[in-house]
Ligand binder design. Structure first.
Ligand code: BG6
Length: 475
């Protein structure tokens, strides 16, 4: 007994890293568009430097993405050839409501996604749609300071109602906010927050977080009202923290760090603010402004499933003299002496995926969905132009193996698995093109040069066989 017979195998993308066409057919500008490549990217992403428009002398990779906007037919045909059962993509809010405040939606934006969904359906591919993958219209940042203002919730509700109504019957699986805990670690890129002089960033982030949680609960409610078949999930940047040693202090620090990440999805999945968070707010003088009805809304609209990204585990240590760090998804970690790392320093830990699946399943008792996993690596074509990406195949194989153990041995209820960046796309953290995840190579370099031509890598055939055998044939 392996994966369920309707297991959703596929791949994942995000509008801002994939679509390009940033100014086509009436699309407005969003936070994710104005994060340039280069050494300022990090401070801009973190809300420390304010950049709300394109500036001279910078390269903005999201403008072009990898041109899915104009090549979606060719791309979906390739995914279908691999046998995809699902394809995860996100909606660019500014294609539908360019400033966020229009009364009527932009028809051209709606038509684009309708075509994409119909194209998927043509091949029996189930769209898995993220309503918000980090993006918010620039206009809402300028006028309201992004999610720090409650007004944004109403505008988000309008977006959701438009999408659920228009795509009723075409889309069933939705995710409200990608990596919701990103708001704590990359507040501008993740949620459009820029901090003003003298502000307490923690206060701003958790107040904005409350608004995002309300918006997510509204999305869940509206989705269920419009179509009771809709299935709505939350999404966590996953990967647990290991204690560096068996010292009790290290173990407890790992619990605290995990909790920090779980906080948002605790609310989305359980429907209430956990006590550890209330105590933290009390201790740190963080005051969350709430209105009557907020807690009831959260309680009554929990998610149907819990989705998460998994790239690596992390390590924490209570002893400050242990300080050798390495990079990881969103933020750094202490280096784990037992693990190898990717070329970008992300530690490779397949068993950590099984641990994460077990922890999440026990904590929430809801179906899970692994919606991102993969290896960002430099691909070099051989003399025949072929990419022999055995390193990627090895990474994915070992992760799928552990995912299978979680299902078969541990009894985790798992809906599906979508690898990140199934077609090469722009890296969120670095803005590079050379950090590639795909089964399909895109001819584009870090400076935006290239034909954008698509080529199958060795992993293309391998993943095709994994899907065809429902995860039985991994070698
Ligand atoms: C997740 C994001 O954090 O990791 C994606 O949801 C991102 O948007 C992915 O691309 C991989 O990270 P990176 O920085 O290698 O692109």
């Amino acid at each position: 007994m392996g994966f369920r017979s309707d297991f959703l195998w596929g791949g994942a993308t995000a509008a801002n890293q994939f679509e390009g066409g940033y100014n086509q057919d009436g699309r407005g500008l969003a936070n994710v568009d104005v994060v340039p490549q280069g050494d300022k990217r990090k401070d801009i992403s973190h809300g420390k430097i304010k950049m709300l428009d394109f500036e001279e002398g910078y390269y903005y990779p999201a403008q072009k993405g990898v041109d899915f906007y104009n090549r979606y037919k060719e791309d979906i045909a390739l995914l279908a050839e691999m046998g995809f059962k699902t394809f995860r993509l996100s909606i660019a809010w500014t294609r539908i409501y360019p400033t966020g405040e229009e009364v009527t939606p932009n028809e051209e934006g709606l038509v684009f996604y309708e075509r994409v969904f119909k194209e998927c359906k043509k091949y029996g591919i189930e769209p898995l749609v993220t309503l918000t993958h980090f993006d918010i219209p620039i206009h809402l940042i300028q006028k309201y300071g992004s999610w720090r203002s409650r007004e944004v919730i109403e505008l988000y509700k309008k977006l959701c109602a438009t999408l659920f109504t228009r795509y009723k019957g075409l889309v069933t699986y939705w995710i409200t906010f990608n990596e919701i805990n990103m708001i704590l670690h990359s507040p501008f890129m993740g949620a459009g927050l820029v901090f003003e002089e003298g502000e307490n960033p923690e206060q701003v982030k958790y107040q904005a977080g409350h608004h995002v949680l309300l918006a997510s609960a509204w999305a869940t409610k509206i989705a269920h009202e419009i179509d009771p078949n809709n299935k709505v999930g939350c999404m966590l940047a996953g990967g647990n923290n290991y204690p560096y040693s068996s010292r009790p202090e290290d173990y407890f620090l790992a619990i605290e760090k995990d909790r920090e990440n779980y906080f948002f999805i605790d609310v989305q999945a359980k429907g209430f603010y956990p006590n550890y968070a209330k105590k933290k707010f009390e201790r740190e003088g963080i005051h969350i402004e709430m209105q009557e009805g907020d807690l009831k809304l959260l309680a009554e609209n929990t998610v149907d499933y819990v989705s998460f990204s998994y790239y690596s585990s992390r390590v924490v240590c209570s002893d400050p003299s242990v300080s050798q760090e390495t990079a990881g998804n969103i933020y750094k970690s202490i280096k784990n002496p037992y693990l190898e790392s990717s070329e970008w320093g992300w530690q490779i830990d397949p068993l950590g995926l099984r641990s994460a699946l077990n922890q999440l399943f026990i904590r929430y008792d809801k179906p899970l969905f692994v919606v991102e996993n993969g290896l960002g690596a430099i691909d070099k074509p051989d003399e025949n132009g072929k990419i022999n990406d055995d390193y990627r195949i090895n990474y994915l194989r070992e992760h799928i193996r552990e995912m299978k153990n979680a299902v078969e041995v541990d009894g985790v209820d798992l809906l599906g698995y979508t690898t990140w960046g199934c077609i090469d796309l722009i890296s969120a953290s670095t803005g590079q093109m050379s950090k590639r995840y795909g089964f399909i190579y895109v001819d584009l370099d870090d400076n935006g040069n290239g034909t954008m031509e698509r080529t199958k890598k060795k992993s293309f055939e391998w993943y095709k066989q994994v899907i065809a055998s429902n995860g039985e044939q991994l070698d």
